[in-house]
Design a protein around this ligand. Structure first.
Ligand code: AMP
Ligand code: GLY
Length: 423
């Protein structure tokens, strides 16, 4: 099969690395890709939202399957685009259609979905500029901290957690009246604050059948001890030590089953990954959010633990035959540590040479924000490289990742040295 992966981060390099292991793969393309995917596939410089250019590439190269990494093209309807074009209809697209992608594209839509299907989540109310004053009164009725969420996609910055009532009111004003996040904050969801520990649950579904992938935990904050600004993710581990069989069963029964059933009864055909952001409150799971794709850097620890042939798995998704597959999972723990550009998640420099990648042994180097130029590997983003290792437990995995990081260098490189501190 000829396969195209859409995206260019660590998640897409990991998918490419895994697909390359399949004897069923013929040619592999990544759009736009990075220096990591360049070494194992053909990178094509196409923007992930340029559907016409993707169509031309698919036709020219005889691509049979398209795997969509990031949420943007899904929310913009790439799957529907393929279904609407006679010449593209037969091509398998892994990733949901626009309507189901709204589960990530609109927090209010996701909340309504969860309420309708009795899926445990924080209680909420949503507001627009029309009932802004009611929003202020609602805030007054709540206890701090206050959770304010821009309804639409805001590049991961649309969630504010505030401890002060006046500050919360001002932020609500900024979001609704001053369009702080543009159209994304024309609706704001205000919800109950849940206190607990977060984890990421991934489900692969063909719309009828589903497989629960290994659970993972990512580290979102830039600073050690989970302090400072939120990032896309500074590292991850899988499995998650605090997930017992009993907890997993609760997640399955209370969240995964009603989610799949809900997609069905709401007439939302879904072929792809569902990423359920969970929080464990006491012994009970609640949904923080749905994403309609794999997480990054969770992918860098979840996908390497899957022993199955990924082409076979995706074919089963495309053909509605996921029930014919038995998932085989590596029992070991996988850990990943993200190397980032100094300054990230705020301003940072790009184009800095990275050295020492070839010295790494016993770990896997997944490129995130990198670029190949004149035979040199340069930084090309905030999150630059993820170093994934296997171990008997997360301590052993992390030890290997950290040992290998010592061999890699680029100016102003930063990473968290305390992953696993909370476990
Ligand atoms: P989201 O973009 O929805 O993933 O939210 C970003 C982060 O905000 C989450 O990863 C949580 O750490 C936090 N968060 C979101 N909603 C809540 C909530 N209801 N209670 C506590 N923390 C939350
Ligand atoms: N690591 C969180 C995400 O991919 O959204």
């Amino acid at each position: 099969m000829n396969i195209l992966i859409i995206g260019g981060g660590g998640r897409e390099h990991t998918l490419a690395w895994k697909l390359k292991q399949s004897p069923k793969l013929n040619k592999l393309f990544v759009a736009p890709g990075n220096a990591g995917t360049d070494a194992i596939a053909s990178n094509v410089p196409i923007n992930v939202n340029d559907f016409e250019a993707i169509k031309s590439l698919v036709q020219k190269e005889g691509i049979d399957m398209v795997i969509v990494g990031p949420e943007d093209p899904l929310v913009n309807g790439i799957h529907d685009f393929f279904l609407q074009e006679a010449s593209l209809k037969h091509i398998s697209v892994i990733g949901p259609r626009k309507m189901a992608a709204t589960l990530e594209g609109s927090k209010e839509y996701a909340k309504k979905f969860m309420m309708r299907h009795k899926i445990p989540t924080a209680s909420y109310k949503s507001f627009t500029s029309d009932n802004f004053k009611e929003g202020l009164l609602f805030l007054e009725s709540l206890k701090p901290p206050y959770v304010l969420k821009a309804d639409g996609l805001a590049a991961g910055k649309g969630v504010l957690i505030l401890h002060d009532l006046e500050e919360a009111k001002n932020e609500l004003r900024d979001m609704l009246i001053s369009a702080k996040f543009g159209a994304a904050s024309s609706v704001v969801v205000i919800e109950e604050f849940l206190s607990g520990i977060e984890l990421s649950c991934f489900v692969l579904t063909d719309g009828e059948n589903y497989k629960i992938l290994p659970m993972a935990k990512d580290y979102k904050r830039i600073g050690e001890g989970d302090t400072g600004l939120n990032t896309g993710g500074m590292g991850a581990i899988s499995p998650v030590p605090f997930v017992s069989q009993e907890f997993l069963e609760k997640v399955h029964k209370r969240i995964i089953k009603p989610t799949i059933k809900g997609l069905h009864s709401d007439d939302l055909p879904y072929k792809g990954f569902i990423f359920i952001g969970l929080i464990k409150v006491g012994e009970d799971p609640f949904v923080i959010e749905y994403n309609v794709r794999l997480g990054d850097p969770e992918t860098e620890v979840v996908i390497p633990r899957i022993k199955n042939d990924l082409v076979e798995l995706f074919n089963a998704v495309a053909n509605g035959k996921l029930n014919s597959i038995e998932l085989e999972i590596d029992e070991r723990t996988a850990t990943t540590v993200m190397l980032v550009s100094g300054g990230y998640p705020q301003a940072y420099k790009k184009g800095i040479e990275i050295r020492g990648i070839d010295q790494v042994d016993e770990s896997i180097v997944f490129h995130a924000g990198t670029q190949l130029k004149d035979q040199k590997i340069l930084t090309n983003g905030g999150r630059v490289i993820a170093i994934t290792s296997f171990g008997r437990d997360f301590r052993e995995g992390l030890r290997k990742s950290y040992q290998n990081i010592d061999k890699i260098h680029f100016d102003n490189m930063y990473y968290r040295k305390d992953l696993g501190f909370d476990l």
